[in-house]
Design a protein around this ligand. Structure first.
Ligand code: SF4
Length: 433
């Protein structure tokens, strides 16, 4: 028998589109409406040959299948025996599971970090420094007449962002494309830049200079140069005038700003520019968060510890010092002696120096699919997929929480990340006395 599930949430990118229509027949997903190409590909392939169905423990260099109980006990033993374990990942799971992971890190006296430390960490550090003027995507859809994407290419990274929330969206007060202006600032003419009314091409790694010049222009100060970051000063002044004269502007920024030279200082400059603009008009700013629940990871860890990522419990209280307590630095310095990786693949993406240490210590991976990190793990615990096989709460990039639905049953015996972490936590508490 077929049934259609309406308003399902897509658990891929930070847009968390909550309007998917999923047709299910014979316990399988047979059709998905309203999904972008990336989303469709996930729904078509989530049960591919890369899926892990059985838990595994490595013995003498070879994986042996085992029961969930055995895998959870082995994982608990490794973590309980470690002096300074690391828990990392957490942007591809539910907030309920993240809450359990924080509790586990505290009981273990280890470090809990999420993928923010390698993506929008500088954005959060900038927010600590300057503060942030922001709003929901719904307000942007209804009101924004000037949209800027800075160092972000949503046509590829967040394909429905433009249609659901910005230039192609039909809002309450702005209904048509011609009522909104799109400006793209980037180092190359991206697919998003091709849709822009104005494209500003900047020299790579000079965003800080360009943002600072814009701040000067917004304040009416004279810039005694012909160009900044390769952009003629008259163009910078034109852009400042457009920003001042809009009714409701928004600046979305991507990893091209957080991970280029300047990092958190670029974000300081962008946040300050938006703060300055609010003396003259209404202007907001928002990072383009990548994974569907990386915002949730920041929210939950901040509720429970006071800090959004890279939290160290080794001294019995939460300590936060990005650059010291962030995962890549901990691994590169060879400090942690065990790692629990949840829904992430650091072995594929981290620098060699960090991966080398990961290969020396016992690693436990909780993930639905095979990846480079499962290959180097000592214990692999497969899991049901949030938003497809189990429900859970996620936070959209603007901090709005959404309830993901269960669409189909998971393959036999697979549990949610939350259930697996709850079991490990209970075991660790017993082992630690
Ligand atoms: S834009 Fe992102 S959240 Fe929306 S359907 Fe595509 S991948 Fe999913």
């Amino acid at each position: 028998m077929e049934k259609t599930i309406y308003n399902a949430v897509c658990t891929i990118c930070g847009c968390c589109c909550d309007d998917l229509e999923v047709k299910v027949g014979d316990g399988k997903i047979v059709e998905v409406k309203n999904a972008c190409a990336i989303s469709l590909s996930k729904f078509q392939n989530y049960n591919s040959e890369e899926r892990i169905i059985k838990p595994m423990i490595k013995k003498n260099g070879e994986f042996k299948e085992c029961s969930f109980k055995e895998a959870a006990e082995k994982a608990s033993m490794i973590l309980a025996e470690a002096e300074y374990p690391l828990i990392y990942g957490l942007s591809l799971t539910s907030t309920e599971a993240i809450g359990k992971a924080v509790e586990l890190a505290e009981v273990l006296g280890g470090v809990i970090d999420n993928t923010t430390s390698v993506c929008h960490g500088p954005s959060l550090i900038g927010v600590h420094d300057i503060g942030v003027v922001t709003c929901t995507l719904g307000e942007i859809k209804n009101r924004a007449d000037l949209i800027i994407y800075w160092a972000s290419n949503p046509v590829f990274s967040h394909p429905r962002h433009l249609a659901r929330y910005t230039i192609f969206s039909k809002g309450k007060f702005r209904k048509e494309r011609k009522e909104r202006k799109l400006i793209v600032v980037d180092v190359r003419k991206t697919a998003t830049a091709k849709l822009a009314d104005i494209f500003i091409q900047a020299i790579p790694n000079q965003d800080y200079e360009l943002l600072s010049a814009l701040r000067m222009a917004v304040k009416g100060e004279e810039i005694y140069l012909d160009e900044v970051a390769g952009v003629p000063v008259n163009k910078i002044e034109e852009l400042a005038d457009l920003m001042i004269s809009c009714e409701f502007g928004v600046l979305f920024f991507g990893l091209g700003l957080t991970m280029s030279l300047g990092k958190s200082r670029n974000i300081d400059a962008a946040l300050s520019l938006v703060r300055d603009l609010n003396e003259k008009t209404k202007f907001l700013i928002m990072p383009m968060r990548g994974h569907y629940n990386v915002t949730g990871a920041n929210e939950v860890i901040a509720w429970q510890t006071g800090y959004p990522f890279a939290v160290d419990f080794s001294q019995g209280y939460p300590k936060y010092n990005p650059g010291e307590t962030t995962t890549i630095e901990l691994l590169t310095r060879g400090e942690c002696d065990a790692a629990l990786i949840i829904g992430s693949d650091p072995a594929a993406h981290f620098p060699v120096s960090a991966v080398k240490h990961l290969m020396k210590i016992p690693v436990i991976t909780i993930d639905p699919h095979k990846n480079a990190t499962t290959l180097i793990s000592n214990v692999v615990i497969p899991t049901a997929i949030t938003g497809i096989e189990v429900e859970g709460t996620v936070y959209r990039m603007d901090g709005v929480p959404l309830e993901c639905k269960k669409l189909v049953e998971p393959p036999l015996g697979l549990k949610s990340d939350e259930e697996i972490l709850t079991e490990i936590l209970a075991n660790v508490k017993k082992l630690k006395g």
